[in-house]
Design a protein around this ligand. Structure first.
Ligand code: ATP
Ligand code: LTN
Length: 329
């Protein structure tokens, strides 16, 4: 079985966009791959975080992942801050990364170009830590959003460089970027991505929104005045976005939904999408509550940390041997 790994930053509350674009894919991958998913909380602190919020977001994120269908029997779920091997290998890979390479990474480049102040050295070097996260586990595939592809490419370069200098040590990973439902749009501005850091909460469906509130957000989603239900991203971005949401939640093909709505109006259509979102959130939040009540999060994470830790220990020991860092006989 090929190994697949991905990390998520616990920097805010998850949205329906995160579910459709990322989490639902992980759930689908868990049967086909030896899947490792971890909470990248050491990455979250590259920008200032409130400690209480970070702790809450991290636990919510784990509970939501489980509620969305990640099965701890199939997936290794762990928390980065419990595995010091990541920062250790991160440092070693920082020492194999060139300034020029890191300067080309978009997050740092964009922030610097905008003249932002308070950019930390951690934000500059985090792509090397991300490479360590990936190379530690010999991941064959890394599913990420478009914005992260560049970092997986850096991980590839570092793996090749290290293998070349010190002998075969790391698997060279490949990024996987989703094709469908990769971009759920804001309900208030359907040409902009639905994003957890949006200022307008009406544009975003939070996975922990009251289902009735979420339904209202769908009912007041921005559409157009054409009055026909067609999938046409260019001219009807709002309707197309709602079609994508309904299709991904119900499993019905977009063209079948379009056929059912021939000659019908937006009101009925929105009602159906609203109901689908309402039902989805109700079911998800029930599971979320059950997971919290079952009190198994600590146990699941402890098991995931232990399993990941065994692999990480071996890899770090091997790397240290290659570098001449272990001197005791
Ligand atoms: P922010 O809005 O703060 O930039 P984000 O909501 O984009 O954050 P990330 O943590 O960067 O979230 O992304 C987590 C995963 O969710 C990534 O794989 C990303 O591609 C996916 N994702 C995020 N927003 C959407 C969206 N609107 N549609 C589809 N996938 C999304
Ligand atoms: N940098 C990523 C999160 C992340 C990650 C990883 C993703 C950290 N380490 C390893 C895949 C593999 C982000 O900002 N979303």
């Amino acid at each position: 079985m090929k190994r697949m790994l991905s990390g998520v930053k616990p920097t805010g509350r998850l949205t329906l966009g995160n579910y459709i674009g990322a989490i639902s894919q992980f759930v689908a991958f868990q049967d086909e791959y030896d899947l490792y998913i971890f909470i990248a909380n050491m990455h979250a602190i590259t920008v200032p975080q409130d400690s209480k919020e970070l702790r809450r977001n991290t636990r919510d994120l784990i509970a939501l992942y489980l509620a969305c269908g990640l099965d701890p029997q199939k997936v290794t779920l762990f928390v980065q801050s419990y595995l010091p091997q990541h920062t250790e290998l991160g440092w070693i890979l920082t020492c194999h990364s060139y300034m020029g390479e890191l300067q080309r990474m978009t997050q740092y480049k964009d922030k610097t170009a905008k003249g932002e102040t308070g950019i930390t050295a951690g934000l500059f070097t985090y792509p090397s830590l991300m490479a360590a996260d990936i190379l530690m586990y010999d991941a064959d595939y890394v599913p990420v959003g478009m914005d992260q592809k560049q970092h997986v490419e850096l991980a590839r370069n570092l793996a090749e460089r290290f293998n070349h200098r010190h002998g075969e040590t790391f698997v060279v990973p490949e990024p996987i970027v989703p094709t469908v439902g990769a971009k759920i749009m804001s309900l208030q501005n359907p040409t902009k991505k639905m994003s957890k850091s949006d200022d307008n909460p009406k544009g975003t469906i939070d996975l922990l929104d009251e289902p009735a509130v979420a339904r209202k957000k769908i009912m007041s989603a921005v559409t157009d005045s054409l009055g026909v239900i067609h999938y046409d991203v260019e001219n009807q971005p709002g309707i197309s976005n709602l079609l994508t949401i309904l299709s991904r939640l119900s499993g019905e093909a977009i063209e079948d939904i379009v056929k059912r709505y021939e000659g019908k109006g937006y009101g009925d259509f929105k009602k159906e999408v609203g109901q689908a979102v309402f039902d989805f959130l109700t079911q998800l939040q029930n599971k979320y509550q059950q997971i919290i009540a079952a009190g198994q999060i600590d146990e699941i994470i402890a098991a995931g940390n232990a399993k990941a830790g065994r692999i990480a220990d071996k890899k770090v020991a091997k790397v240290k041997r290659k570098l001449g860092l272990n001197i005791l006989k």
